[in-house]
Design a protein around this ligand. Structure first.
Ligand SMILES: Nc1nc2c(c(=O)[nH]1)N[C@H]1C(S)=C(S)[C@@H](COP(=O)(O)OP(=O)(O)OC[C@H]3O[C@@H](n4cnc5c(=O)[nH]c(N)nc54)[C@H](O)[C@@H]3O)O[C@H]1N2
Ligand SMILES: Nc1nc2c(c(=O)[nH]1)N[C@H]1C(S)=C(S)[C@@H](COP(=O)(O)OP(=O)(O)OC[C@H]3O[C@@H](n4cnc5c(=O)[nH]c(N)nc54)[C@H](O)[C@@H]3O)O[C@H]1N2
Ligand SMILES: [Mo]
Length: 769
């Protein structure tokens, strides 16, 4: 990691030698060369382990090295040679550690022993596992289950997740918020309405058959680099890739495959995006309206002159509903409004629409750039509308492709992690385990935050993640968190959510997925679901960081046994002794998805769950694929900020991080080294506002709710973004996001459109000078 702050405006392609250098660097930093070297060959292989970085699909015929720079970093981070032992905790109070950076905290290494916070010394002291479970179970028994939150980050396996939701429900609540509430929840709300499934419809094979890819708000080069293989192959076949992203992302522009010796030696690079549209942040609904408008006009013209129609009218008639209302809304929407809200010209949108119209099979890919907006659900509905116009769902080479984040976030939902009782098979669980599951809706992430602010949450259990850093409204959430009576964190590494803790606090260290999980001397396997709905077995390959670690299933069972009365229907110990029995239980709850689960665990490429929309079976209330007309084009309908100093901030990830895990302060792809405290701004805004490169500013969110939201010490950095939009890093900019600033319906925090004002940072500038 660079110590010196440096901004380089160079333009090397993604991947390439830089990628290899980064991997080598992190292996050294983590003192993990030997451990990682041994396991990398097993990453994302059928009999190996599923990468702990992203959720992208794992092919049936993997490359010899089926991992990317980001995946190798995530592996090195988990298998680090460093440990945060009780000696480390004896040497530091938590108040002291609060001043450490996210990077410094996790860089202390793997947690090795269960810990309990000691109020007298303000330190985490070792505690035995059984004492910890008894303490947690005892306290939870005295609480009303309705006030207890069971959060999960999306990394835990299907087995652990199934046990976790069962624990919460047996205890008596549906308070199962997860990272998806901050991520693809907009997808999970939109797609059931439009196509009757909560997930994407494409599989890897579709990338071999597609003849056009539309890409909205997803930074593939950093966040799901293995997908570059499919994109590169598609580009070799001449498939156009049309990208909509306010920021010119290097990984979406060009790519050199670091695993191809020929490309590395010749410096050959593939141009990824054939057209790159830098729309305004939040301009996607408007942009897609423009595409649809151009398509309708072309269809009218073609039909008037007796030519082949542009829309797939046979599909529309047989499969869809709501087309007329949608078409009316599109026709009524004027080009000036579309141009203003999208920031793109009519000509640009007509050109993109023409490519769409000329393709027989189109895939629509998208990520956080669409979902993390006030109108995030509508954005996803618009992608669905666009695809439906030409029947681009449920045929080979076509479909919708939300790129999921955490490596098992989609799978957690599949096995019951949800606060919405109607999405869990409660009757099934009731019969299987002979209990009366709670029927009231539980808290999602934003509601859990609201509960903490209101003082009604009595306990927070975290199955992984870094809740406090990931959520918005840092300034209010941190003090509120300290008032929570009990916090229990199951984690691999130290993070800020462990330091700002409840009045009684436990920190329970667990095995990572890459580590060998032995129960009674027998190695266990777990499973995950990828972005395309395929389930994969995963077997750890490395020796555990410490002999005191327990697996996530063992920790969940430990808490469950201490909390719940024994039941003849459920033997937690038997499950922990043999994970195949947990899979049998999952199969019994979800026979349609997990039939023959254990027998199919190691299917090359995974076994796919049924996704009826891929076969044009629409599990919507009316049995049709539904068009949904947008309510409006404005991304921030109820934020009425204006004035020359108001800019729309969107938060992004760098290649030096996995969410709140900061591997390094460098962002090679954007040429920023040694700092994450930057704001990317275009030259015309810099001139208009009188800022120079490197000027330090404070960003402030103006609002009339009486809460002060500011982040200081941000460095103005010139970058290719549209005028009026700036970009900064997640999680450093999270204090700027009001908790109420979230998507309608899905309640995903609107982290991609925060209106802020900038003030010159006199204090920071003086200190720096
Ligand atoms: N290496 C690495 N891999 C990861 C992660 C990581 O942190 N590091 N995180 C994982 C997780 S949990 C997730 S959810 C995914 C996230 O992966 P992505 O979905 O790629 O997430 P982001 O980097 O937040 O933002 C995506 C892109 O949206 C663009 N964008 C911002 N606003 C808008 C807008 O209004 N419209 C459009 N069209 N684009 C916009 C940004 O410029 C950025 O390129 O990655 C997963 N994989
Ligand atoms: N402003 C802004 N905010 C955002 C976003 C954004 O784009 N912008 N993105 C949102 C998104 S998409 C997401 S998914 C959330 C992420 O929110 P989270 O999922 O809560 O956060 P992570 O940073 O992924 O969690 C990192 C921690 O997980 C623990 N961990 C790692 N591996 C394991 C494991 O195997 N088991 C266990 N038990 N623990 C483990 C480690 O202790 C590590 O410190 O953040 C959201 N917040
Ligand atoms: Mo995510």
């Amino acid at each position: 990691m660079s110590d010196k702050i440096e901004i380089k405006h160079d333009n090397a392609p993604a991947g390439g030698w830089g990628s290899l250098k980064e991997v080598a660097q992190i292996l050294k930093q983590e003192e993990a060369i030997a451990a990682v070297g041994k396991v990398l060959l097993h990453q994302n292989k059928t009999d190996g382990f599923a990468c702990v970085s992203c959720a992208w699909a794992k092919p049936a015929n993997p490359h010899p090295f089926e991992f990317c720079e980001s995946g190798a970093k995530a592996t090195a981070w988990e298998l680090t040679g460093k440990t945060a032992t009780p000696d480390f905790f004896a040497a530091h109070t938590l108040s002291e550690l609060e001043s450490w950076s996210d990077h410094a905290l996790e860089e202390t290494g793997r947690l090795t022993e269960p810990l309990r916070w000691d109020a007298a010394t303000d330190k985490y002291l070792p505690v035995g596992w059984s004492e910890a479970f008894a303490g947690i179970g005892g306290r939870l028994r005295g609480m009303d289950a309705k006030n207890v939150v069971f959060y999960s980050s999306g990394r835990a396996s299907l087995e652990a997740s199934y046990m976790y939701q069962l624990l919460a429900r047996l205890y008596g609540c549906n308070n199962l918020p997860d990272s998806s509430n901050m991520c693809h929840e907009s997808t999970s709300v939109a797609l059931p309405k439009t196509i009757g499934v909560p997930c994407g419809t494409v599989v890897l094979d579709d990338f071999d058959k597609t003849d056009c890819i539309f890409f909205f708000g997803q930074n593939v080069g950093v966040n799901s680099p293995r997908m570059l293989h499919q994109l590169q192959e598609a580009r070799k076949r001449g498939v156009p890739i049309i990208t909509f992203n306010p920021l010119r992302e290097r990984g979406l522009v060009s790519f050199t495959n670091p695993q191809s010796p020929l490309e590395m030696l010749t410096g050959a690079e593939t141009c990824i995006s054939t057209q790159y549209y830098q729309l305004k942040a939040g301009g996607d609904t408007a942009a897609i309206m423009g595409l649809c408008k151009a398509l309708l006009a072309a269809d009218d013209a073609a039909r008037a002159s007796g030519l082949t129609s542009v829309l797939d009218h046979a599909f529309l008639a047989q499969h869809s509903a709501g087309f007329d209302t949608f078409a009316e809304a599109v026709r009524a929407c004027g080009w000036p409004d579309i141009e203003r809200e999208s920031g793109l010209s009519r000509a640009e949108l007509e050109t993109a629409a023409a490519v769409y119209a000329g393709a027989k099979a189109v895939i629509g890919v998208y990520g956080m750039g669409l979902t993390q907006h006030r109108n995030g659900v509508q954005n996803v509905e618009m992608v669905s509308n666009l695809l439906l116009l030409r029947g681009n769902i449920g045929k080979p080479g076509a479909g919708i492709c939300p790129v999921r984040g955490h490596s098992n976030v989609q799978g957690q939902r599949t096995v019951g992690i949800t606060e919405k009782p109607e999405l869990a098979p409660l009757d099934k669980l009731a019969a299987q385990y002979d209990f009366a599951p709670p029927r009231e809706k539980g808290m999602n992430t934003v509601e859990a935050c609201q509960g903490m602010l209101a003082g009604t949450v009595s306990a927070f259990i975290g199955l992984g993640g870094n809740f406090l850093r990931a959520v918005p409204e840092t300034g209010l959430m941190e003090p509120a968190w300290r008032q929570v009576p009990l916090s229990v964190q199951i984690a691999t590494k130290l993070n800020r959510s462990h330091l700002i803790h409840g009045k009684v606090a436990y920190l329970l260290p667990c095995l990572g997925r890459i580590e060998i999980d032995r129960q009674g001397g027998v190695e266990q396997a777990v499973s995950v679901e990828d972005s395309t709905g395929c389930m994969h077995g995963s077997r750890g390959r490395a020796e555990p960081a410490s002999s005191s670690l327990l697996s996530e299933p063992a920790i969940i069972a430990g808490i469950a046994k201490a909390l719940l009365p024994a039941s003849p229907k459920l033997d937690w110990d038997a499950w922990v002794a043999d994970y195949a029995l947990i899979r049998d239980a999952i199969e019994a709850t979800y026979p349609d998805i997990f039939g023959q689960f254990n027998a199919r665990l190691w299917t090359p490429g995974g076994f796919r769950k049924p996704v009826p929309a891929s076969e044009r079976i629409w599990k919507t209330p009316n049995g049709k694929a539904n068009f949904i007309a947008p309510e409006g084009l404005d991304a921030n309908p109820d934020l009425t900020l204006s004035g020359e100093h108001t800019l729309r901030l969107f938060t992004v990830r760098s290649d030096g991080q996995f969410n709140t895990t900061i591997y390094s302060n460098d962002d090679r792809f954007r040429g920023v080294y040694g700092t994450r405290m930057v704001l990317f701004m275009c030259r015309s805004d810099m001139d208009r506002l009188g800022f120079g490169e490197g000027d330090l500013v404070t960003a402030r969110t103006p609002s009339d709710d009486g809460v002060s939201r500011r982040v200081s010490g941000l460095r103005i950095t010139e970058y290719s973004v549209p005028a009026g939009c700036i970009a900064g890093y997640f999680p450093e900019c999270n204090p700027l996001i009001p908790l109420w600033h979230h998507a309608k319906e899905s309640m995903v925090p609107a982290a991609k459109a925060i209106d802020v004002c900038l003030e010159r940072d006199v204090a920071a500038a003086t200190a720096a000078a």
